[in-house]
Design a protein around this ligand. Structure first.
Ligand SMILES: [Zn+2]
Length: 314
């Protein structure tokens, strides 16, 4: 029990190493945590009850700057481990910098390891505990588990920047798709989903599409309604119960252009959503053109892709 109290964990967070600062008496380790859970933990460690508290800090490498996971043989590399003191954290625009002072000797030497230029921009895991005399194996095991559970899937800043950059590119290329008729080809629509998926989506997300006088919207709950005059086996539009009664053959004939357009818009929206689900990195962003092209080839529908899109997607 006594042992456990001594090694009690005070907090863990992930972050990026900043160059440690030397003083005459030792070295101060600095780790930047982004706004959110990481910065919150750093801020909590900065509370006055922890100020100048003697702590034991372990820093593990989770991902290198290119975003590669550093786990090897079930272990993450421990790049620094030292006894030191909590110093006030520094607020920055995008997060907080945690500071730990390590006195000259083994501790400061271990902190000096963090000056290596290769460590900047790498994602690290920081474990802060009450000071201990001797480090035991279970501490590493406990930390590996935390990293696996929470931090191994976290993206590094470089990875995020790369994704943002590629999203911009994809968006441009996908605009070609959106203004073409690819998304409404029946072969394309039936390759991405089934009529009942489309019905489900209409039921769960879309408002009543009955033609109203301008400026009005029907806000009643609605569900899909089959319209014989609309193209394909995906010929459904969302209507509320009231408007289903008003939706006569005559009403449709008088407004067929409106309903045809409305139906195409809905179908297109749904196909795009499906492409996002299947071909974007997180299921809701811009679909990756290379993957869309690959899929179109497999489904033998690549001939419907605009030529410009095909060229840019390669
Ligand atoms: Zn309605």
């Amino acid at each position: 029990m006594e042992n456990q109290k001594e090694t009690e964990q005070l907090g863990t967070f992930s972050g990026y190493i900043r160059r440690p600062t030397p003083t005459a008496f030792g070295m101060t380790a600095q780790i930047f945590g982004e706004n959110g859970d990481d910065a919150d933990t750093i801020l909590a460690l900065s509370l006055s009850k922890y100020q100048d508290l003697e702590v034991f800090v372990n820093i593990y490498m989770v991902k290198d700057e290119a975003g590669r996971i550093m786990k090897k043989d079930d272990a993450y590399p421990l790049i620094s481990s030292f006894n030191g003191f909590v110093r006030r954290s520094l607020p920055k625009k995008d997060g907080m910098i945690a500071q730990f002072f390590a006195p000259n000797g083994d501790s400061a030497d271990s902190v000096s390891e963090l000056s290596k230029s290769g460590y900047q921009d790498c994602l690290v895991f920081v474990d802060v505990r009450h000071q201990i005399q001797k480090k035991e194996k279970y501490i590493d095991l406990q930390n590996y588990k935390s990293i696996d559970d929470v931090y191994a899937n976290k993206m590094t800043k470089k990875e995020k920047d790369a994704i943002l950059e590629s999203q911009k590119q994809y968006k441009k290329i996908n605009e070609i798709l959106e203004i073409s008729d690819f998304l409404l080809k029946i072969e394309v629509v039936s390759s991405i989903g089934q009529p009942n998926d489309f019905q489900d989506w209409l039921d769960k997300t879309q408002p009543c599409s009955f033609m109203m006088t301008q400026g009005q919207n029907c806000k009643l709950n609605c569900s899909h309604h089959q319209v014989t005059g609309l193209f394909s086996k995906f010929n459904f539009i969302p209507l509320c119960d009231e408007h289903k009664k008003d939706f006569t053959e005559q009403h449709f004939q008088e407004n067929d252009i409106y309903y045809d357009m409305k139906h195409r818009l809905l179908l297109k929206k749904w196909v795009l959503l499906k492409l996002k689900e299947r071909f974007s990195y997180d299921g809701q962003s811009e679909p990756q053109p290379q993957k869309v092209l690959q899929w179109a080839i497999e489904k033998k529908i690549e001939k419907y892709l605009p030529e410009k899109y095909r060229k840019l997607a390669i």
